[in-house]
Design a protein around this ligand. Sequence first.
Ligand SMILES: *[C@@H]1O[C@H](CO)[C@@H](O)[C@H](O)[C@H]1NC(C)=O
Ligand SMILES: *[C@@H]1O[C@H](CO)[C@@H](O)[C@H](O)[C@H]1NC(C)=O
Length: 175
Amino acid sequence: MSTSKMPYACFLMLAVLTTQTWACMRRGPQDKKPVGDGNSVPSLPTSSSGVSVNACGVCGQPISVTIIASNQIQEPFFEIQTAVKGHPQRELLHQLEVAATQDRRFRFVAEHFGSMGYMINAINGLSASTQNKTYWRTSSHIHVDGLALGISSYIPNDMEIIMFNFTSYATPDNH
Ligand SMILES: *[C@@H]1O[C@H](CO)[C@@H](O)[C@H](O)[C@H]1NC(C)=O
Ligand SMILES: *[C@@H]1O[C@H](CO)[C@@H](O)[C@H](O)[C@H]1NC(C)=O
């Protein structure tokens, strides 16, 4: 008798509304320290010389990527595209967060699968469905057969065109 299949799955609705990821904000010596309001977060590291430091250990060089989400199999069809310009090179999830911030059509829903990281459930309100055997397939112009890693692990290259393509794995036999 099986209980829930996903005792460890952490369901997260990612409503991406913020304009910046705190982890990548740079603090310079000119930044004003918050005055003791009791709610301020601990200050990020600053060097004793007053040189600004990067509080994030994983942020790379600024890169630009294009993100496309396409659905040609279920009405209403759509193809949306946005350019994410000048953001640090890091995992695709973060580029997608920026896309959702600058274009509300890219708002997405993801589910966390432990070590596999986040899997996309929905983009632009269109959800994957086990009933319809549909999912959001991820590929890019240099990995046309699909990304080998999930959005939490794959790190796009500069100028890469990332594609989320709504796809069906239904066949005449399993439909
Ligand atoms: C399954 O596909 C049909 C036809 O495209 C659609 O109307 C329906 O909403 C889909 N069901 C789910 C659960 O996504
Ligand atoms: C996207 O999916 C549609 C429908 O399955 C398919 O016809 C099309 O070739 C796919 N496009 C890419 C770039 O994979």
